[in-house]
Design a protein around this ligand. Structure first.
Ligand SMILES: Nc1ncnc2c1ncn2[C@@H]1O[C@H](COP(=O)(O)OP(=O)(O)O)[C@@H](O)[C@H]1O
Ligand SMILES: [Mg+2]
Length: 449
């Protein structure tokens, strides 16, 4: 075990075959008690956090405390960072075992690691008030996507840094002009780093131009220029999202009594985020339990279709998958129909116009899919896994008029929301009194139903 030999940042970069940005190096070595990164998306915040944690594990002794804690809204994001820390340490030669460790062995579960020198790292979800973290005594606290961590968590956090606390580290893109991340940025106690996405050499001009076209000015400023902007609430109000989110879902129970519908959103041009939403639907209570899986890759959409096919064929409770079968989704939808059969695949084209039965009005399918989800949420029929990607994606969905004067819905980070509205689509077939246009759908998609 190399742990007694400290590793310099340069040596770590060599192990990872990676060059850190200047600001990343400066941040990783910074020892001030309060650090904050306010940056646009994709600047390398999470990577810098992971490196910093790994660097400390190898070079510092904090074995007398509960170690470094990664918190974020929801477990998925905290875990992603945790696993990145672990893979950096592995690349630096640390071999983790998953059983009770012997001397000189590094141990890791999916949310806790202990190095032979006694240094520990945890990934913990903060929930809504931080009760899950309150009783630890940490050396450092790392908050990723901090602008989404509820204010109520702060009291718990300061309690668990009271004894051994050496550093509080926050990173986020801004979100609104309120909340604890916003206040921390304006607090002189923090050492600050600020960056716009266009200053990051790894993001192409074309991709940014594409984002600029998709978003309102205020949204682009917030997301990519890292400015605090005032943006009105979207179509999903934060209060109702909070009401529908739970961090204590017993998934074992849920998967036992529920059937499974999937919703898929394929990455668009120049993007690399594909999202699969799981709707575990309890037919008796009429309740949907939702979680998501994002697949970050420039994989071809056919490979994402392969991932869906795998779930469908290995999960006996699987019933149906819903995709957008226009544009980028057309190819993979065909593949899925071929592999799973017509009855198990529904294509709902976002841009298809649907006629309402009353009157002659028509509207986009997309608007209607979202209206269905909102209705389910208002009626307490949806439970979301507490996950920052779900919250953010829903919060950012907005109405917009198209050039033709039609009302439609968009969001800068809409993968999760789009996948979710598709995943809950099949439930409306059971409640068709809720959907006046169901006859139209039946007619259009007669072969599917
Ligand atoms: N110094 C670096 N060299 C190469 N790739 C990097 C570097 N820093 C970050 N990345 C990569 O850039 C992408 C975005 O980084 P990430 O840390 O996720 O950004 P953020 O958290 O700011 O959105 C990731 O794929 C990450 O691995
Ligand atoms: Mg990040």
């Amino acid at each position: 075990m190399e742990l007694t030999t400290p590793l310099s940042l340069e040596q770590m970069e060599a192990h990872l075959r990676m060059k850190l940005d200047e600001w990343q190096k400066e941040f990783i070595l910074a020892e001030e008690p309060y650090l904050i990164l306010k940056m646009g998306r994709k600047c390398g915040k999470s990577k810098a956090l992971a490196f910093k944690i790994a660097y400390d594990c190898l070079n510092k002794d904090f074995s007398g405390s509960d170690g470094i804690c990664i918190i974020s809204k929801g477990m998925r994001l905290a875990k992603e960072l945790f696993l990145d820390v672990r893979s950096i340490l592995q690349a630096c030669g640390i071999k983790f075992v998953a059983r009770a460790p012997e001397e000189d062995e590094a141990y890791s579960s999916l949310s806790q690691m202990i190095l032979p020198n006694g240094n520990k790292v945890y990934a913990l979800p903060c929930g809504y008030d931080g009760v899950t973290i309150r009783y630890y005594s940490f050396w450092k606290m790392v908050r990723d996507e901090d602008a989404f961590i509820p204010d109520a968590v702060d009291a718990a956090v300061s309690a668990c840094l009271a004894v051994h606390g050496a550093q509080e580290i926050r990173a986020s893109t801004p979100f609104g002009t309120h909340g604890s991340f916003y206040r921390a940025w304006h607090d002189p106690a923090f050492r600050r780093w600020e960056r716009k996405t266009r200053e990051c050499g790894r993001v192409t001009r074309e991709w940014l131009a594409y984002q600029k076209k998709r978003l309102t000015k205020a949204e682009f400023q917030q997301e990519f220029e890292a400015e605090f902007t005032e943006i009105a609430e979207g179509i999903y109000r934060s209060a109702i999202i909070a009401m529908c989110s739970r961090s204590d879902i017993n998934w074992q129970d849920v998967t036992k009594k529920c059937i499974l519908f999937l919703g898929v959103d394929f990455a668009r041009f120049g993007e690399d985020e594909n999202c699969i939403a799981y709707n575990w639907y309890d037919p008796e209570a009429g309740i949907s339990y939702i979680k998501i899986k994002t697949i970050h890759s420039k994989f071809r959409t056919t490979q994402i279709a392969g991932a869906v096919q795998y779930i469908a064929q290995h999960e006996p409770k699987f019933r149906m998958v819903v995709t957008d079968d226009a544009g980028i989704g057309a190819g993979p939808t065909d593949i899925l129909i071929e592999k799973l059969g017509k009855r198990k695949v529904i294509g709902v084209s976002n841009h298809k116009r649907i006629k309402r039965v009353e009157g002659e009005r028509s509207k986009y399918m997309k608007t209607d899919l979202h209206a269905h989800l909102i209705k389910l949420m208002e009626n307490g029929k949806v439970v979301f896994e507490d996950d920052v990607e779900i919250v953010r994606s829903l919060l950012e969905m907005r109405y917009k008029y198209t050039a033709q004067g039609d009302l439609t819905i968009f969001g800068r980070n809409n993968h999760a929301a789009e996948a979710i509205v598709r995943a809950v689509f099949p439930t409306r077939l059971r409640h068709h009194h809720m959907s006046p246009w169901i006859e139209t759908i039946k007619h259009d998609e007669a072969q599917v139903f």
